[in-house]
Structure formats: structure tokens, C-alpha cells
Design a binder for this molecule. Sequence first.
Ligand code: SF4
Ligand code: SF4
Length: 396
Amino acid sequence: MKVEVAVVGAGPSGLSCAAALVRLGRKVAVLEAAEATGGTLRAAPGYLAPAAEGRTRLQTLQAAAGPAALLTGHPAGSLSGGPGAFRLEAGNRRLTAGAVVLASGVRRRLSPADHGLEPAYNLLGLSDMARLLADPQASLGRLRGRRVAFFLDVSAPDSLRQQAAAMHLGIAVRRQLAAEVLWFGRDLKVAGDGLEARYREARDLGVTFFRDAGRPPMLTATAGGYRVWAWPEEGGEPVEVAIDLAVLDEREEPCLPQWDLGPRRENSRLGHRSPRPGIFVTGSLRADLDLEGCLVDGVAAAAVADAFLRGLDGLVRAEVDAPRCARCLTCVRLCPHRAMAIAWYREADRAAAKVDKAACRGCGVCVAACPALAITLTTCPDEDIYRQLESGGRTT
Ligand code: SF4
Ligand code: SF4
């Protein structure tokens, strides 16, 4: 099979990337090791979003990525060749692709030792809890009316994704099992899409939130559960509470194929462009992203891979079509390189978003997020960058 882009991984970011590439007119194949698409949305329903919402989102994504060849049960094997003509083995299939996008996500692993505990039946990871809640055969009735506690910021400190998961799952536990829910963490980020509303919902349902000031709660096993001592943020004596089930945050390890991705520092984060030309990266493999973040990131990776196939890689910068800009500030807020600002366009006689071409890295995030479709990635000669630098970033 010959395609322009092979996307490895059919989770939310991979499907979002494939759908965006299809919209850009690219011939795409998506390789997925599992027997079905969906990644975490399918394997751990309720983790990235409430289960019903996750199912709907997955259907929408599958429909949008439908024109791509979806090869499930095809784990990515060896890779040879180079940009424009990568040769990729996937199960019994051989593919030739101009570019490859890695969207293979992360593996999650419960590590009780991080919390000073031994493995036990009443100790679960967040993704185990999501699977159990979605399993009609699971016997969760014993938790009805009991006390379930979520512990964050230990195995995965400051993980927005895991905080969001604990929020969705805490609400589900409260609703499905009428269990008392406690939530222990260092910090609570409600800036993610919809998380503030979920936080309010959880509070209204009676979920209790404990925030500590850098001293994680201490757990000790008892005959039927655990005893927790938590030091409140505002100081004072620790709160002591008995719980029946502990749900812990999990370690995440990137699921990377055994490919040479070019030189990079050990444990350094991957950008949309891997160090190896023609191979791009998206989704949770690249950053700590919640569901919305994964979807936007998939579109951004598609924009960057498309620019590469158009021969523009390395030179691309974002460009705003000023008359189209609705001045919603989305790009200004999201640009990871602070390259966007609102400025006056003399020729259009209006204010609109403006790219600082010296700061822009052509990551495509703004292209993916702009609701007015006012931004594209385009070539930018060095002289334009120098001119803008010399004018102090002012527009003409
Ligand atoms: S996201 Fe689009 S519409 Fe909003 S300010 Fe940026 S360019 Fe304008
Ligand atoms: S392409 Fe990336 S770096 Fe450039 S302006 Fe858009 S978001 Fe910022």
C-alpha cells in the first residue's frame, strides 16, 4: 500500500490527525496494534471523558477519519527508507509513506511503591478504575456506600490528564456506586477544557477535595482498607480518615516503536517534529494533554506533516488572514512560543492576530485551534523575519 502519511496509533490524537490530513486531501493509513480504534477512549472508558461523552466523541472521530485506511490489529514493525519514501512493516502489510506521524500514546502502570504501599486487591490505578466502572460484569456492589479515595501528584506529579481522569472517575463513582469520594492532591488544575464545570459538579455531588502543601498524604493498610493522614494546605493537624478503596495515579511510559528517531537528549520531550526528518509526533506521547489537547494536537501535527510534504518544512511560520480573524484570542492564549499577539493591520484597517515570525516555530497549534480558520502554515523567507525583528515586531 502506498500512502502519503502513515499514522501510527488510532487513539484520539491519531484519529484527529488522520481526519485533519484527510481534510487536507492527503492519502492516509492509520496503523493500530489493538483490534479496534479508540486507544484510551475505548480501553479505559471514562478516563479521558465521562464514558457516554467519550463514546460519542469516538464515533465522531472515527467518522471523520473514515476515508483513511484504518488497519487495526497491525502493530508498527520495522521502518526503513527516508522522507518521501519510508517503508513500514505492519503485521502482514507493507506500506510506503511520504511521512509518518507517531501517535502511539503512553502505557500506564500502577506503582504502589511510589505511595509506600504493597500491591493489594483494594488498591487500583486510575485506568483500572475506569475499566472496572465500564465493565457490567465487575462486582462493584461491595463499594456501595463505602469510601473511595483518589490520590494524585505522587507517581505523576502535576499531570493535568490524570487530574482530569480522577475528576471524571470520582463523579462516576459517586453516581454509580453512591460511594463517598475523597480526592487528595497537591494542586487542582481546573484550567483544562470543561474541568471547572466538572469540579463544580463534583463539589455539588459531595466529593471532598484535600489539597496538600507539598506533603503527600500518608497511607497505611488496615484489615479492610487504608488509613490516611493528610496535611491540609492551610496547615494545622493532619486529617485522619479510613477508606475502603484507594485509587492511585499511575506512571506513564511512552509507547515508542524501536525506530531510530535521530539524536536527542535522553528523556527529552519530543516536539511535533522528531529529530528524524519526515517523522512527526503527536498526542500524549509528546505532552501531558487532556482529551481536548490531544484532539488539537493531532490537527497541529497534521498541519506540520502537510507542510513537510509540500516541501516547506523548516521554513514554515504561521500566517494570519487578518480580515478573517475574529479576535477571539485563542491563538494568543495557546501559542506555546508566545508568538501571537493582537496588532493593528494598516492595510486592512483593523486589529487582528499577528505572528511574531522570529518567535514562531511553525508548530501548527494555532492553525488547529483557530475557530475562524484564519491561520495557515506558510513559508517565510529569512528577510521577513529580520525585517520584523528590526521593526520591533510591529506590523506594516
Ligand atoms: S484564533 Fe483565529 S480568530 Fe482567534 S484571534 Fe487567532 S487568528 Fe483570530
Ligand atoms: S505555529 Fe505554533 S509557534 Fe507559530 S504562532 Fe502558531 S502556535 Fe505559535
